[in-house]
Design a protein around this ligand. Sequence first.
Ligand SMILES: [Zn+2]
Length: 483
Amino acid sequence: MKSIALRCDRCVAQSNHTIRSHLLTIITAIILSLPCVHLSAQSAVQIVYRGHQQFDSISRIVSIDRRHGDTLIAYGNPDELQRLTTAGIAYTPLAEKSRSKNIITAPTIERMLRWDRYPTYEVYCALMQQWAAQFPTLCRIDTIGHSVEGRLILCANITNFQDSSTSSERPQFFYSSTIHGDELTGFYLMLHLIDTLLNSYSVDPALTRLVDSVNIFINPLANPDGTYHGGNSNIAAAQRFNANLIDLNRNYPDPFGAVLLNPIQTENQSMMDYISAHHFVLSANIHGGSEVANYPWDSFTLAQREPPHCTWWQNTCAQFVERVRSIDPDRMTDVNQSGYICGGDWYVIHNGRQDWVNATTGCLEMTLEISTTKKLTTDSLLHYWHVFSPALTYYIGVSLSLPEQLQVTHSITTEPQIQVYPNPTHNAIRIQNSSPSRMWLTDNYGRVLQQYQPHTTTIDLAPYAAGTYLLHTPTHHIRIIKQ
Ligand SMILES: [Zn+2]
């Protein structure tokens, strides 16, 4: 305000017209500066909700992080909080606890490899490259894409590349962590897991077998701009959202029709392209803030819509929890006694990654909440590694024992459906029990690529790039992988 007054003082001798024109310029400048103010912060708020309908409204406005009884902890950007107010929903802002002096980064790879710190962004990138250079027959680094601010979204691909005899038969497994930038524990655990898998090769028979038999993909950091919101050496100021203040785990196309409120963010577009170009059979998206294995669906309670393979999910999650609790009985106890839950029974969310992956890619994905504290202090990191590492390697091994039908069954409905073969394919597919109705082909984002007449028996995929496609009938869809 002071600078505006001074400028106006200098304008005294000028005509009223000039003064008006200056004021207009200043006001315009203030208006133009608003988006910067707008994108300055995310806020954590507490909301006490009344009834299912109000919960649903809240869930569609802000990003719910936790629910305890009728109390919600949610995150919103200034726009979203304004929409809460407009909808007449009261909220209380929560101050974030600062423990930054106990959340420390390692400035060098050597310091990082003592495993009691988080990496700086530069150390993270250098470490990934060092692993590929040090273990060329076991590790390759893929770039999934770039963040809004241009940081790398990386993936370590770990398997025995030297033995190509069985490589095409190995199941592809995917871990991805920290889509919420401030949920740091999984980021650290994934780096420690990569290091352990590589250094245990030929040393630990069980881990060697795992690397020989599974094609493992590990993306330690899905939201680098959120994690390094405070700068590349500062992880204590990490935030949940990406640089556009969007919650990336509320930003996937919803297979059940929920409207996407924001454009698909570049981090998610890259991730969808990467997942679509692979043939993952099992995955987990790792979070923090609670400790629970959250299986599909996130959009529905079990009573509303049971997920395919529900019993298998419950058994697999129980096995995971058992391995964690055999080391620390207090872990994975904060949400419920079993340590696992159907996402919608905990709280319903829309446009999350888990439902998109399960419904459209044929991969089975759970959401793994891995530490009650999002920004785990660095003195606790090694303990969490000790507690969770057997369960994390167990879950990779589950990809070797998926019952056959789990890999091909339709992911939304279990009703009979048309079948296609070969699948994966290079070009043509033949259709068995072809649909008496029209059929159409879409990509994973729902864009229609081609329409087909009823009773079509052959489809040519030659014009399309390698990736995942969906062949639809009015009642079903089936996933086709073009190699
Ligand atoms: Zn999260």
